[in-house]
Write a protein that binds this ligand. Structure first.
Ligand code: GDP
Length: 473
């Protein structure tokens, strides 16, 4: 790639490297110093740019407090399978369409917006924590509030606990929707009590977490749930500046036969308009049209508003950030830079996994963090508790283990994405990763450590942690 950019033959660059005693082949990764040396040798002048140079003024542009206006909350629905996530999403959407504009058939574009007492609320249409955490693993936090659905005729289940941990890891407040209260066997109080064990304290139990009893089937208390969301949003004091160029996040994207690349984005700040040029992940394009969740073409999309964007060169990934840029050449430059970055990351991942205990230690050390995030999966609850207890005891004033999630059963894809998003290492005790999880771990470069003796496990973590302790100790 360097030789290409210098318009030199790759073989000449390789030859030069050989002369310098470096045996390399095309596609090998070189660092900036070596690149500069080579470029100089071939008579090129080098200007070093950093990520912030290429993308300067495009992403994460700060606003003046005075320009901020309140914006709608963005909500994700999570919970155990069959507890009614999809039903609840559909019921809320349906109730709103009936109450709202006549004949408005909502389109599934990945997110939709409803109105309650004149206030808008945005729902992400993919229920569950997998999409939520996958987006977070890409560096995007699109969700402001998580609705935790628990069926009143069932209990707190493994994915309920996962959802709680995923939301907590993201620092996103939870509202509990106790669903299926129409069922004769419904026991909402049991749900509240069970949640206590997982440190979700609802108001009637002396906590601050809002909870609402609903029936997605009968449409009971949906308005109460929406009001709870608005109340939580008010507490969060969500704000954005609508009067600036837009930035936001991609919720989903696909190639449509008739319309080309279609990406559903959530505007997080600013206002997006047709005709503007955007970069989304490593793709770019001029916005040909904006289509809202009712299928209507719109002239603009402000903060928290989901819209389909037509006109991109290709499909970005869910969780990619997008931003408006001033012209095509800038857009091309950024997208090329990002494609290059992605390739380099791939190479780096092949070279070594970032999830290995040693590497994590180095990372933590250089970031000055004194917490060691771990995800622990085990065969039975008893052994997990023993391991968690032992690991937590290793903590000192300087450094401690933080268990982002633990549970019984095989290591799954969802565990990998949580580990990726939380920068955690994964420990399997008498359990293995399933095939999907293994390939996800490989893709993400996360190492999974397997143990069958608690002593070995604790010893390894202790050794890794001692590297984190200050040198004087
Ligand atoms: P998900 O897997 O969490 O998305 O759950 P679904 O929305 O697919 O619902 C699972 C099952 O529970 C379906 O058969 C729904 O019809 C049923 N269900 C969902 N909400 C309710 C409810 O409020 N009351 C009753 N009785 N059944 C419900």
């Amino acid at each position: 790639e360097l030789s290409q950019r210098m318009s030199e033959r790759a073989v000449d660059v390789i030859k030069f490297l050989m002369k310098e005693g470096q045996m390399m082949k095309p596609g090998d990764l070189i660092d900036a110093d070596l690149a500069e040396l080579i470029a100089g040798e071939f008579g090129h002048t080098v200007k070093r740019v950093s990520e912030s140079d290429v993308e300067e003024g495009i992403f994460n542009v700060a606003d003046d407090e005075a320009d901020l206006e309140s914006r709608p909350p963005i909500v994700t629905i999570m919970g155990h399978v069959d507890h009614g996530k999809t039903s609840l999403l559909d019921a809320i959407r349906h109730a709103n369409v009936v109450a709202g504009e006549a004949g408005g058939i909502t389109q599934h574009i990945g997110a939709y917006q409803v109105e309650q007492n004149g206030h808008k609320i945005t729902f992400i249409d993919t229920p569950g924590h997998a999409a939520f955490t996958a987006m977070r693993a890409r560096g995007a936090q699109a969700t402001d509030i998580a609705i935790l659905v628990v069926a009143a005729d069932d209990s707190v289940m493994p994915q309920t606990i996962e959802s709680i941990n995923h939301a907590k890891a993201a620092g996103v407040p939870i509202i509990v929707a106790i669903n299926k209260i129409d069922k004769p066997t419904a026991n909402p109080q049991k749900v509240r009590t069970e949640l206590l064990q997982h440190e979700v304290f609802v108001e009637s139990m002396g906590g601050e977490t809002l909870d609402v009893e609903v029936s997605a089937k009968n449409g009971t208390n949906l308005d109460k749930l929406l009001e709870a969301i608005l109340l939580q949003a008010e507490i969060l004091d969500l704000k954005a500046n609508p009067n600036r160029t837009a930035e936001g996040v991609v919720v989903e994207a696909q190639l449509d036969r008739g319309r080309g690349a279609v990406a559903t984005v959530l505007v997080q700040t600013g206002t997006l308009k047709p005709g503007q040029i955007i970069v989304a992940g490593d793709q770019w394009g001029r916005v040909r049209a904006l289509v809202n969740d009712k299928g209507d073409h719109v002239k603009e999309a402000g903060p928290s508003m989901p819209v389909e964007v037509l006109g991109l060169s290709g499909t970005p990934a869910a969780g990619d950030k997008f931003a408006v840029v001033e012209n095509e050449s800038r857009a091309r430059e950024i997208s090329e830079y990002r494609q290059r970055l992605a390739r380099e990351k791939q190479v780096a991942r092949q070279a070594g996994s970032r999830g290995s205990l040693e590497q994590m230690m180095n990372q933590l050390q250089s970031s000055g963090m004194k917490e060691f995030p771990l995800l622990v999966k085990g065969d039975v609850q008893g052994s997990i508790e023993a391991i968690s207890g032992a690991l937590e005891k290793l903590g000192t004033d300087e450094v401690r283990v933080r268990i982002v999630h633990s549970g019984a059963g095989a290591i799954t894809e969802s565990d990998i994405s949580l580990a990726e998003a939380s920068n955690a290492a994964i420990i399997g005790f008498n359990v293995r990763a399933n095939a999907q999880a293994r390939s996800a771990a490989e893709r993400a470069g996360i190492e999974i450590r397997y143990y069958n003796i608690i002593y070995d496990l604790v010893d390894d973590v202790k050794a890794a942690m001692s590297g984190l302790l200050s040198p004087e100790r």
